[in-house]
Design a protein around this ligand. Structure first.
Ligand code: INS
Ligand code: FE2
Ligand code: FE2
Length: 297
């Protein structure tokens, strides 16, 4: 393995390291993963069979994630007072949240983060991807730091500003979202140009968007790691192939990375529980390679 990847340092600044990542990308993304198949894959994300907690969550989210709300959320994000905390402190703080949108896990958030990272590590993936797994849901801190509820923090994401895709789970629950009556937002392209690319598209506000914006200038994860964070909940795109009319070639490239990450996030939910105390030294050493000791959240 090239040294820059093994050591995991300066991945965003040295072009050698970026070449190393590119050279390995094909290999990494295409290998078969070895998951503990405790639960059959078809049993995950079964929203028909989901309990009322999950159904009510999405009904509320799909009604309230309007374009107006999304603009306000971004303005509030820019103007917020920032809390300073280490990555591990953030993991511990997050542990009080029970995610109402998730039909597949009731384990604590710290366990989910460790299960994801451990599954990536077991498959021999590089350190930057392990640590991406470790932090990918830390955006749920939004709930503790100031959100309106869970509906603007967790759950799958989708595009706002154009017609809501029927590839989003429970598509009928958009019936009470005022944007479906907007003369522009309700059209296929809405405010977007054909194939403008996801960089120019507004995704529903939540833990992915928040964490991406917090970390993009405060870590040395490669572009693929940041994409895994930003788009991991964007199932209508990465699983259902929606939105090809507004995505571009750059998105097609990062889609591979997001898809490579997804099984670790989803299927590790049935793995053995992890012990945070035992794993902490290993992950603290990885955190130190990619993040400053204190992050402004
Ligand atoms: O319920 C889950 C959970 O909130 C995850 O963190 C999110 O990434 C998924 O997209 C969602 O389905
Ligand atoms: Fe998530
Ligand atoms: Fe997750």
């Amino acid at each position: 393995m090239p040294s820059a990847i093994r050591d995991g340092r300066d991945l965003d600044t040295t072009s050698d390291a970026i070449d190393d990542v590119n050279a390995l990308r094909g290999k990494l993304w295409n290998e078969e993963s070895e998951f503990d198949e405790g639960k059959d894959k078809a049993q995950f994300r079964d929203y028909d069979a989901a309990c009322d907690r999950v159904k009510n969550f999405y009904k509320e989210q799909h009604e309230k994630q309007t374009m107006a709300f999304n603009i306000k959320a971004r303005v509030d994000f820019k103007n917020r007072e920032r809390v300073r905390m280490s990555v591990w402190e953030a993991m511990e703080l997050l542990n009080t949240l029970v995610d109402e949108s998730d039909p597949d896990t009731s384990v604590s958030q710290i366990e989910h983060l460790l299960q994801t990272a451990e599954a990536i590590r077991r498959d021999g993936k590089p350190e930057w991807m392990q640590v991406t797994g470790l932090v990918h849901d830390l955006g749920k801190l939004l709930f503790i730091l100031g959100s309106e509820g869970q509906w603007d923090v967790v759950g799958d994401t989708f595009v706002v500003g154009c017609k809501f895709s029927d590839k989003i789970i429970y598509p009928d629950t958009f019936a009470n979202n005022p944007d479906i009556h907007d003369p522009i937002y309700s059209t296929e392209y809405g405010i977007y140009q054909p194939n403008c690319g996801l960089d120019n598209v507004m995704l529903s506000w939540g833990h992915d968007e928040y964490l991406y914006n917090v970390l993009k200038d405060q870590c040395s994860l490669p572009e693929e790691g940041l994409a895994m964070i930003r788009y991991h909940s964007f199932y209508p795109w990465h699983r259902e192939n929606a939105y090809s009319h507004i995505t571009n070639d750059k998105d097609t490239k990062i889609l591979e990375a997001v898809r490579a990450f997804n099984p670790y996030d989803l299927y590790s939910k049935s793995d053995e529980p992890c012990n945070p105390a035992t794993l902490r030294p290993y992950y603290e050493s990885l955190i130190a390679k990619f993040f400053p000791s204190v992050i402004e959240w």
